[in-house]
Design a protein around this ligand. Sequence first.
Ligand code: SF4
Length: 407
Amino acid sequence: MQKSYLHNPGTLKIDLMLRGIRLEGTPDGMEPFAGRAGAGIDIVLSKGTLVNVPCGEEFTKDSPYLLKKRRAGGYAITDGDDEVPVKVVPTPGFYKRSTSTGVKFSDIVTVHGSYAVVTPSRRCDFFNRDVECRYCAGGFDDPNAAEKVYSVDEVLETVEVVLKEGASEIIYLSIGFREGDDGGIEHLAPYIRAIKKHFNCLVAVEALPPKKNRWIDETYAVGADSVLYNMELFDKELFESICPGLATLIGRERYIEALRYAASVFPNGTVASHLIVGLEPPGSTCMGIDLLTSMGVVPILPIYRPQPGKALRIEPLNAEIIIPVYRHLYNAVKKNNINMLWVRDISVVTTPIEGRLLVGEHERGVRSLFEQFYKTRLGLKTAWGLSTLRRKLRVKEVKDPLDSSEH
Ligand code: SF4
């Protein structure tokens, strides 16, 4: 008999990300594809666990899960035998609105839980060279979109609506590959400075590693609170074949070196890297987790979502196989004393802190007062204040990051 994952939000989140969900219709307040294609549906499971569930894609048609309206009101997820109540996150109201210059906010930002990704430009030069990452689904392949660069003012207007609607308090600025040594930070710097000047929020940079470490110092100095250099795959050969641009123009060793250096510059728990589950054997992902956590880097594990014509997923892949990987993640992050509080409440991935749902610690009430405090509005402000103070001290130490010695 098929094992039921319904009653543990940690395992259910993983199984939902893996298999998707069927809908009876468009849930109230929700437009399933209000964002970009494949945007999925954000659902809150028990214990406040957020998950972005694929729906509408071909592979979701065979999912055992159905989102249904309950007679008593609200929604439930059923696997055919049993059901659990859930909440559907409404599509942010601002998705339908536009900036004063007429750009739809949903073209600039995508929100998933506390993960608001702002993309000032959809340019990635890997596409010009035909060396793009084979799983890329970020909408960077549209030449018309790639030519458009949103202004600092347009981004500021976008951040303002995100913060006003309470959609997220952390802004992730994302950028694709660009020629040059800086990994795109010169392009992002004016946006980071302006956001930090105008708003009391945290800013994370999701970019490719720069060629020189001095640009990592610069990323911190201009105001980024967190940085993500996503390795995506740990296995060397699979990295080379699935990410040809990353492998030839940046290199796996440079990823490791840049992450190691970033972890020495940024506060504990704010340097992260994705490893996509399903593109390599689970043992390989676990080796990646071990290396990253030994350097003080937080591994974030999204699950690969098959796209038409891209048969990249290793088979067989099911929750039973990958749940131990997430347990391993939680234990490794804990063992290395890495702060799990910064990377959390992201519906599109399972974060290390959610790993506790898989090892049963939530039952023993280990959630600390410290953690609860940081999840409050006051706590986040305090985190922001501490991060600003720490940066000032660090920037003073480095003095002129652009003159500092290179790696
Ligand atoms: S670096 Fe890879 S994943 Fe990122 S936008 Fe370019 S092709 Fe897509």
